[in-house]
Design a protein around this ligand. Structure first.
Ligand SMILES: O=C(O)CCC(=O)C(=O)O
Length: 287
């Protein structure tokens, strides 16, 4: 399968690639307009209003397999153009995850490296974290420690904090010098990019609004899953010459029955990799 590369190279002008390589993150970049971000938020909240509560935990992972508008968001040229400059022209979406903190939600994320449990053969994963609401210090934006992507995998402990949104409550076991933390402040429709090894965390939402982030994990087609068989990913740009992942179909309609069945199958394969979940991740999602 081949998906044409876009000729839109707007991210070039921002000269962000060197900064990303030096620091392990970059922000802000415009992913979609503020108006489109509001429309995406509206679709999420329409679904929540129809189902009578916040998005179900199991729908917060790999959500691009369930909702056409999220499948569309993962393919936005402005996002792919930026990611292509970091990972090359052949791109898969390996994971998507909603990180939603309700107004005054105590949910938080401990300092961690994404690479800890993902089982991928190389640390070549870029997360595009797209803000669908203001992501500020008050609402608990993502914070990063510059340069930490150059460290190897560091050890993590699994903590029992019931407010931790991470799947296993994992936390970096070495000292993190928070005096160097950078808050990745984003307006709706903007995104940050971070490297799989970058130390990052986030604090509770002390604002009166929800903090809604949609994290899209991009990988180049050349890397593979080493922890379990039959991992899946969506080809969003270029060609897959390797076949390391089962290629996922896009949903034809929101929550189409075949899409929901496929999503259930794929996420249960994934749960073998992640093992147990923390109480907060059980309730609210997380990764
Ligand atoms: O959204 C957050 O607060 C944390 C996000 C995160 O840990 C991630 O995207 O890897």
């Amino acid at each position: 399968m081949q998906i044409p590369n876009s000729s839109n190279r707007s991210a070039d002008a921002l000269g962000f690639r060197d900064a990303y390589r030096a620091n392990g993150y970059f922000f802000p970049l415009r992913a979609v307009s503020e108006h489109e971000a509001a429309a995406y938020r509206g679709k999420l909240e329409e679904h929540e209003a129809a189902t009578g509560g916040p998005l179900r935990r199991e729908f917060r992972q790999k959500s691009h397999l369930l909702f056409t508008w999220l499948s569309e968001l993962t393919r936005k040229p402005a996002i792919l153009d930026a990611v292509e400059q970091l990972l090359g022209p052949d791109l898969l979406v390996w994971q998507t995850a909603f990180f939603i903190k309700e107004a005054h939600d105590p949910g938080m994320v401990t300092w961690h490296q994404d690479s800890t449990y993902w089982g991928l053969s190389e640390p070549e994963v870029v997360t595009a974290w797209v803000a669908l609401s203001p992501s500020t210090s008050e609402s608990g934006c993502v914070r990063v420690i510059p340069g930490t992507h150059r460290s190897d995998q560091v050890s993590h402990v699994e903590s029992a904090n019931p407010n931790n949104l991470l799947t296993r409550g994992q936390e970096i076991a070495v000292d993190v010098d928070e005096s160097h933390a950078v808050s990745m402040l984003l307006r709706p429709g903007e995104m940050s990019l971070h490297h799989i090894r970058t130390f990052h965390n986030s604090e509770p939402n002390r604002s009166n609004d929800r903090r809604i982030g949609f994290a899209i994990r991009y990988i180049p087609t050349r890397i593979r899953q080493t922890s379990f068989d039959a991992d899946t990913a969506t080809l969003v740009r270029g060609t897959d010459r390797f076949g390391h992942f089962e290629l996922e179909p896009a949903p034809r309609n929101d929550l189409a029955p075949d899409a929901v069945r496929y999503h259930t199958d794929v996420t249960s394969r994934r749960s073998r990799m992640y093992g147990r979940t923390s109480p907060a991740a059980d309730e609210r999602g997380g990764t």
